[in-house]
Design a protein around this ligand. Structure first.
Ligand SMILES: Cc1cc2nc3c(=O)[nH]c(=O)nc-3n(C[C@H](O)[C@H](O)[C@H](O)COP(=O)(O)OP(=O)(O)OC[C@H]3O[C@@H](n4cnc5c(N)ncnc54)[C@H](O)[C@@H]3O)c2cc1C
Length: 494
């Protein structure tokens, strides 16, 4: 076998998967079609509990440029309505402003530093699943591996060649225009526009004719509009004048837009239509899908990388267990059964937001009612849990404890090495029994797979935590612990 896992696509999710596979002790090969990283601007940042995954891998300070653990944001928005989060009992919405190209660079350095191999300028054009292994066609070369993962984006070749359906909907009537610009009239916290006051940055500002957004990014400003109806043909090149005319239609006022001065090609894009689609299966035999290859949706609120990078964390250790031969039966299938429902939730909430941004008096009425509901802490908590991915709960064990199935809480505990944050104990990417209840002896038969850290801490149960950060078991005594260890990490060694 040439490699354990071939990954088609070296975008953020393929690179994250490669790094996670290295932590799981297997040999991945990333095949990336492009000879050099694309300069085309895509994501501007991360939003949601993915920031905690970055923290758990020691990457948070690098991606955020800030010292210390992630701090939740006091404001966010849903469908262009402001969400005040400061007073919530638990605020799980973290935001990190980082251009996708920089994120990819960090993830590539991380993956290569852990020993992953990345080959650029190599396109995956075919594969055969032999049942026992896969043969991947990469240019003129045939590569053998135990598994193939398609991280090759929304138009995934792997998904299409595998014959996996991509059901969902396409909204044909929405036109999004975006560009890097100079906005001579912008102030740090607001863009004054006649008849509208100061429009805050990053805000989806809805009018009767469309949506206007301006944002201050790391190296530039952007302006976006959304309009509903028919746009120009795809082959008509987008221009700054076209964007200025769209801004005028949406706001009913002129906003001076000037070309930016940048040391990279500026963004200037028109996208007609919007897809919400989820692969029918995330696994077919020895072929799996992750990231945009598995799901696409509107980008409102930035859920794409929150989901894709966590797909990678969910999948890697399960592939590792399968390659090493200790995977309990059905473990790899839980990738589909756990992650597809997450994609369904994201499809639901992004479609709901799109609906709330659409024009029309009925939508305006709905927004008024929705705005009233947002006065309730419970409603805001529900919405922000949904948007951040904090509502994800997997079916885990028979133990009935509120932490089981959820992302592990943020904790500091005292070990023999002193006070440590739980995120720091997860850096190895190995399963962890955080033993706050003197139950560590139960895990003796799993020591080759599961780390045991004895600690004291706040009034917390002992926690069995999977490499993706989710709690597989919790208890103040060992009831159910051996079952949970067996269910997730296989039979104990004699
Ligand atoms: C304008 C825009 C703004 C966005 N803003 C945000 C945001 O702020 N926050 C957020 O979370 N998300 C955002 N997104 C979504 C985010 O960019 C995607 O979710 C993310 O890029 C998906 O990563 P991926 O690795 O799955 O796929 P991709 O980034 O699409 O990477 C796939 C890679 O596979 C390669 N490839 C394709 N076919 C093959 C093949 N056959 N063989 C080998 N290689 C192949 C491609 O060259 C590419 O490098 C935005 C997207 C766009 C377009």
């Amino acid at each position: 076998m040439d490699f354990d896992v071939v990954i088609a696509g070296g975008g953020p999710n393929g690179l994250m998967l490669a790094a996670e596979l290295r932590l799981a002790g297997v040999r991945p090969l990333v095949l990336e079609r492009l000879a050099e990283r694309a300069a085309v601007p895509k994501a501007n940042g991360l939003a949601g509990v993915v920031a905690r995954l970055m923290d758990a891998r020691g990457l948070y300070e690098k991606v955020s440029g800030q010292a210390g653990p992630p701090v939740p944001t006091p404001f966010y928005m849903f469908g262009g309505m402001r969400l005040h989060l400061r007073d919530l009992a638990a605020n799980p919405m973290y935001t990190v402003l980082i251009p996708q190209t920089r994120l990819e660079q960090i993830l590539e350095e991380h993956a290569v530093g852990l020993g992953a191999e990345i080959r650029r300028g190599v396109e995956v054009t075919g594969f055969v699943d032999h049942g026992t292994h896969v043969t991947v066609q990469a240019g003129a070369e045939e590569i053998t591996a135990q598994y193939l993962v398609g991280c090759d984006g929304g138009r995934s070749t792997v998904r299409k060649l595998a014959g996996i359906d991509f059901p969902g909907v396409t909204d044909d009537d929405v036109i999004s225009r975006s560009a890097n610009v100079r906005l001579p009239t912008a102030r740090p916290d607001g863009l004054p526009v006649e008849g509208h006051g100061d429009i805050p940055p990053f805000f989806f500002y809805r009018t009767t004719t469309g949506v206007f957004i301006w944002a201050r990014l790391a190296d530039s400003l952007t302006v976006n509009t959304m309009e509903w109806g028919e746009g120009p043909d795809e082959d008509v090149p987008m221009t700054l004048d076209e964007l200025a005319a769209s801004v005028k239609r949406v706001l009913g006022a002129d906003v001076p837009l000037e070309p930016p001065v940048l040391d990279r090609p500026p963004l200037l894009r028109r996208i007609s239509g919007n897809n919400t689609r989820i692969a029918a299966r995330f696994r077919l035999g020895r072929v799996l899908l992750a990231g945009d290859a598995a799901h696409v949706h509107a980008g409102i609120g930035g859920p794409g990388l929150n989901m894709g990078l966590q797909d990678a964390a969910n999948l890697a250790w399960k592939l590792g267990a399968s390659v090493h031969g200790w995977a309990p039966e059905g473990l790899l299938d839980t990738y589909h059964s756990e992650r597809r429902p997450v994609a369904e939730r994201v499809a639901m909430q992004t479609q709901a937001q799109s609906a709330l941004l659409a024009p029309g008096s009925k939508v305006t009425a709905l927004r008024t009612l929705f705005g009233e509901l947002l006065d309730s802490d419970d409603t805001r908590q529900h919405i922000v849990d949904t948007m951040s991915g904090n509502d994800v709960r997997y079916e885990m064990s028979t133990v009935d404890h509120p932490l089981v199935g959820h992302l592990a809480p943020e904790l500091s505990v005292t070990t023999t090495a002193g006070v440590v944050r739980l995120a720091e104990l997860l850096r190895t990417g190995r399963p962890l029994l955080l033993d706050l209840a003197g139950v560590g002896a139960v895990a003796g038969g799993w020591r080759d797979r599961v780390d045991v850290v004895s600690a004291t801490g706040p009034d917390q149960p002992a926690l069995l935590i999977r490499p993706d950060g989710f709690v597989a078991w919790a208890g103040f005594d060992s009831t159910g612990l051996a079952d949970a260890l067996t269910r997730w990490f296989g039979a104990p060694t004699a």
